[in-house]
Design a binder for this molecule. Structure first.
Ligand code: NAD
Length: 353
């Protein structure tokens, strides 16, 4: 087949570097945002205070109750504050949970969104939004959800615990892996994906040994940026479907579940994605993509599905749910295939030969 590809880029200003959060006021000025609503998850009060005081008179209000998967009721609570504080823009400080709330509000209000990401979720580079109701999760892509300003300050990530860094990093690597074999990928998304994997493979190992290593932290955050860009440009496959199924229907934690699944979904897909796997192997510095990912998971001591509370009895239902709808994937997805993948992920990297 001759080369053909298409992608959309949303307008965004990205500023990356240690200490860039100090330029927040001038960056918001450039965005034309006079008063902003600061959104975050609870915790890390010192960081929130520092950003709030950097905002000075621009702070229209703050909401620090963002939660993972953006529950409906949290969006409603935050909308009340939007109504009373009347901000001209939204600013998130934190990982994918804070950014997810910002996106939901941006879609609802049309307000411009700015983000200071502090994990490796990559959500800040995508127009993908999602809101969780009692039994359903509504998701979609909307240009209004794509942040218009992103400030990456690696210094804000120095306190991210090694285990959280590893899981969040594997979440980002999973974006790269699925972008590498996506049916709608192209030379740009593949370039981003490969460089993202390369940076993470180096940086995460260094972070395990020395969590405050400035170079490793910068490399990892840059990897997250690349992974988020690759995610925005492609459609995700079985890995993301399974991660969302296990998170949504079995309550497993988001980033850890990505980490627990990744080597095994790769093993399942490998026979149908040889070219992508060769690129991934090279980016990991290994002869084989799956073996390289298992070795990385071992070094990072990422959990197995069993460690996360998933059991063998849950496999049939999870496999049925993962096969209930169709989505693009290099290898045909069927229940026996998904069961096989989940059995491998249940035992995890330590048990792999
Ligand atoms: P998160 O935002 O919940 O953060 C994980 C934990 O790390 C939290 O306890 C948080 O308080 C802590 N934390 C965050 N930054 C820290 C820092 N710098 N130092 C110390 N602790 C810190 O989780 P996440 O993994 O970043 O994001 C998960 C969510 O993002 C999920 O809801 C997922 O669906 C969504 N997501 C969306 C996209 C997208 O494109 N829409 C992409 C990836 C993930």
């Amino acid at each position: 087949m001759t080369l053909a590809f298409a992608y959309v880029r949303h307008p965004v200003r990205v500023v990356f570097g240690a200490g860039v959060v100090a330029t927040l006021a001038s960056e918001l000025e450039r965005l034309g945002a006079e008063r902003v609503l600061l959104l975050s998850t609870p915790g890390r009060a010192g960081e929130r205070e520092a950003v709030a005081s950097a905002l000075g008179g621009r702070l229209a209000g703050r909401f620090d109750a963002a939660r993972t998967h953006v529950p409906d009721e949290i969006v409603r609570d935050a909308m009340v504050l939007v109504g009373s504080a009347k901000p001209g823009a939204l600013l998130t400080l934190g990982g994918g949970s804070a950014i997810g709330l910002g996106k939901a509000l941006a879609v609802e209000t049309g307000l411009p969104l700015a983000a200071i990401p502090t994990t490796y979720s990559g959500s800040e580079m995508t127009s993908i939004w999602g809101v969780t109701g009692v039994e359903t999760k509504r998701t979609g892509r909307d240009p209004r959800a794509a942040p218009r300003l992103v400030l990456y300050d690696p210094e804000l990530t120095y306190g991210l615990l090694p285990g959280v860094s590893a899981a969040s990093g594997m979440n980002a690597i999973a974006h790269c892996v699925e972008a590498a074999y996506a049916h709608d990928g192209g030379p740009v998304s593949r370039l981003l994906a490969m460089d993202g994997i390369r940076r993470f493979a180096r940086a995460l190992r260094a972070i395990m040994a020395s969590p405050r290593d400035p170079d490793a932290r910068a490399e990892a955050l840059a990897g997250a940026h690349l992974a988020g860009c690759a995610l925005e440009m492609t459609s995700m496959g079985l890995h993301h479907k399974l991660a969302h199924t296990l998170g949504g229907s079995f309550g497993l934690p988001h980033a850890d579940t990505h980490a627990a699944l990744l080597p095994w979904v790769m093993e399942y897909n490998a026979p149908a994605a040889r070219e992508a796997m060769a690129g991934i192997a090279a980016a990991l510095g290994s002869d084989d993509a799956v073996a390289g990912m298992i070795a990385l998971a071992r070094t990072l001591r990422t959990p197995s599905l069993a460690d996360l509370g998933f059991t063998a009895e849950m496999i049939p239902r999870a496999a049925a749910l993962a096969c209930a709808t169709s989505y693009p994937n290099p290898r045909t997805v069927d229940e026996p295939g998904v069961r096989w993948t989940l059995e491998r992920a249940l035992a995890g990297a330590e048990s792999a030969g």
